[in-house]
Design a protein around this ligand. Structure first.
Ligand SMILES: [Zn+2]
Length: 322
């Protein structure tokens, strides 16, 4: 971490310090803040199910655990799920599971690591090899699987093999779906197959292909984009959520924000209707990143119980924090 990478506003305040200390001790502390009037129990507002740590690479600033924790304090986020990105299609360079486990290790009271394997890894093939690897990651502290961002179809037999292994360990699976990674067709028949193969895992959908499928009229070429048209009822997300109680949505990134902002009336109804299956997330991965989710959710003026579920309670349940 360099001084240059910390903005003045991130300087730790006494209140922040007390709050962090309180979380570390496993207790909530009464605080007031931007959402203080609405916080019913004094605890932090959010659990963020989607962030990344980053190394300096390709002219990008690093995002260290310390920077992440300060940003979480500023935004009243108690816990964040820290995701590796290991497939060659996933990022500039591999953010390995081993590195994520190492960097989060001193902060496991707040930073919750997931793990991933690329199912094309030749020597891993076969259920036992994958299962052994995942067990090793779980023993080292991983509490979920993902961000799975693999350049195959979501229902590629190799993918199904890792999903079955994750299911055997009851790990939540956070997947990125677009038109190049974990691909599917409109209507999400491939995802349905994956859900059937891995019934013990919660599937957490993320990215353009997943969120474009909120609309019943999604076209194949929209599975990698951010459609701005009003949502047509009958989307695959609603169909599959009706049928599979283990299917969740992650509102992180531009795709998550767009799924609500493209049609706010549908979006508000969706938030109310699916309040038990939706998760707050940002995809925070670089120090100066603009995060639209905070303001966006405020615009919907949601009832307190819906806010609590989406911002915290659903994640607490999935991650075993409750
Ligand atoms: Zn991500």
């Amino acid at each position: 971490m360099t001084d240059r990478s910390i903005r003045p506003s991130e300087t730790i305040s006494r209140r922040t310090f007390c709050r962090r200390a309180a979380w570390a001790a496993g207790t909530a502390v009464a605080i007031t803040g931007p959402f203080g009037a609405r916080a019913d129990d004094g605890a932090a507002d959010y659990i963020d199910v989607h962030v990344h740590l980053g190394q300096p690479w390709a002219a990008r600033e690093p995002l260290t655990a310390d920077i992440l924790l300060r940003w979480m304090d500023e935004h009243r986020i108690s816990h964040a799920v820290v995701l590796p990105l290991i497939s060659p299609e996933a990022w500039y360079y591999p953010i390995t599971t081993e590195w994520v486990l190492k960097e989060t290790k001193p902060h496991r009271d707040r930073l919750l690591p997931f793990c991933d394997v690329d199912p094309r890894t030749d020597y891993l093939r076969g259920q036992k090899g994958i299962l052994d690897t995942l067990k090793r990651y779980v023993d080292a502290g991983a509490v979920g699987f993902g961000e799975h961002k693999c350049g195959t179809a979501i229902d590629d037999p190799l993918n199904l093999e890792v999903f079955r292994a994750a299911s055997e360990l009851k790990l939540p699976i956070l997947f990125h779906m677009d038109n190049r990674r974990n691909t599917d067709r409109p209507g999400l028949p491939g995802l349905e197959k994956a859900l059937q193969e891995a019934p013990e895992s919660a599937f957490i959908g993320h990215a353009q292909g997943w969120w474009a499928s909120i609309s019943g009229d999604v076209a194949a070429d929209q599975m990698g984009s951010y459609p701005k048209t009003p949502v047509a009822p009958g989307g695959a997300i609603d169909r599959l959520m009706d049928k599979y109680p283990n299917l969740y949505g992650d509102f992180s990134a531009g795709s998550g924000a767009n799924s609500l902002s493209r049609d706010p009336a549908f979006g508000r109804d969706f938030l109310l209707r699916r309040a038990d299956r939706l998760l707050f997330g940002t995809d925070y991965l670089t120090p100066d990143q603009d995060i639209p989710q905070f303001k966006l959710f405020e615009q919907f003026d949601l009832p307190g119980d819906v806010r609590r579920k989406i911002f915290r309670a659903n994640a607490e349940r999935l991650l075993g924090l409750a």
